[in-house]
Write a protein that binds this ligand. Structure first.
Ligand SMILES: [Fe+2]
Length: 202
C-alpha cells in the first residue's frame, strides 16, 4: 500500500441529506462481486462485514444501524483488488454517487488512518479500523490450525502476534493503535473476533 499516495485529503464524506440511506444486501453483494475478483479478498470483506454487524447487534443497535455497520465492513476494500492506486478513493466516490449515508462512507474512508489520512472518529470508524486489522490475521491463523477456529484461544493468537514472521504484512502497531482507539484491549478484540468470525464464504 505504501507505494501509492492514497491520501484522501478531505474530512467530509457523502451528503448529510442522505442520512439513513443505504443499499440492500443484494445490491452490496453484487457490487462486491463485480469489483472484487480475488476470492480471498471477498472472504475477508464478508468476514469484516459480519464482525461489524455482530458488534452493532451486541450493542443492541437498531436493525437499520446494524445494516450500516455491515455495509461499511463488507465494502471497505471493494476497490483494492482492481484499483490499488485508487484504494479507498474509488469506493468512497461510488458510495457518494449512490447516495449512501455519510456515516458509512466516513467509516470506510478512515479504515487506514496511516494511508488515507482520515482519523477514525465515530464508534463505527474505530471498530472498522480495529476489525480490519485483526480479522485477516486471525483467519490466517485458523488456516494453519488443524482444527481451524475450533478450540482457538486468545493466547494462541497472541503468540502468533509476537512471531513477526507470521502474517508479516499485518501491522502489529496498527492492531495496538486500533484497539486503543476502540477503547478495548487487544485481548478483548481477539476474543470477539474468534467468537464471531465466519469460517465460510457464505
Ligand atoms: Fe480490509
Amino acid at each position: 500500500m505504501t507505494e501509492f499516495d492514497l491520501k484522501l485529503n478531505k474530512i467530509d464524506f457523502g451528503n448529510p441529506e442522505n442520512k439513513g440511506k443505504v443499499i440492500s444486501t443484494t445490491e452490496a453483494l453484487s457490487l462486491l462481486d463485480e469489483w472484487v475478483l480475488n476470492e480471498k479478498l471477498k472472504v475477508h470483506m464478508k468476514q469484516v462485514g459480519h464482525l461489524m454487524k455482530s458488534f452493532a447487534k451486541e450493542k443492541s443497535y437498531s436493525e437499520a444501524v446494524q445494516h450500516q455497520w455491515y455495509l461499511a465492513g463488507l465494502l471497505h476494500d471493494a476497490d483494492w483488488d482492481q484499483w490499488p492506486d485508487q484504494h479507498c478513493k474509488k469506493i468512497v466516490e461510488e458510495l457518494e454517487r449512490r447516495a449512501i449515508d455519510p456515516a458509512v462512507i466516513r467509516a470506510i474512508a478512515s479504515h487506514g488512518p496511516r494511508y488515507f489520512g482520515v482519523e477514525p472518529v465515530t464508534e463505527m470508524d474505530k471498530m472498522l479500523y480495529a476489525f480490519d486489522e485483526l480479522s485477516g490475521f486471525i483467519h490466517a491463523y485458523s488456516l494453519m490450525r488443524p482444527t481451524g477456529y475450533q478450540g482457538m484461544e486468545v493466547k494462541g493468537v497472541k503468540k502468533r502476534l509476537k512471531d513477526k514472521t507470521f502474517a508479516a504484512q499485518v501491522s502489529r502497531e496498527d492492531i495496538q493503535d486500533a484497539s486503543e482507539r476502540a477503547g478495548m484491549s487487544v485481548d478483548q478484540m481477539i476474543e470477539f473476533v474468534i467468537k464471531h468470525q465466519l469460517r465460510s464464504t457464505d
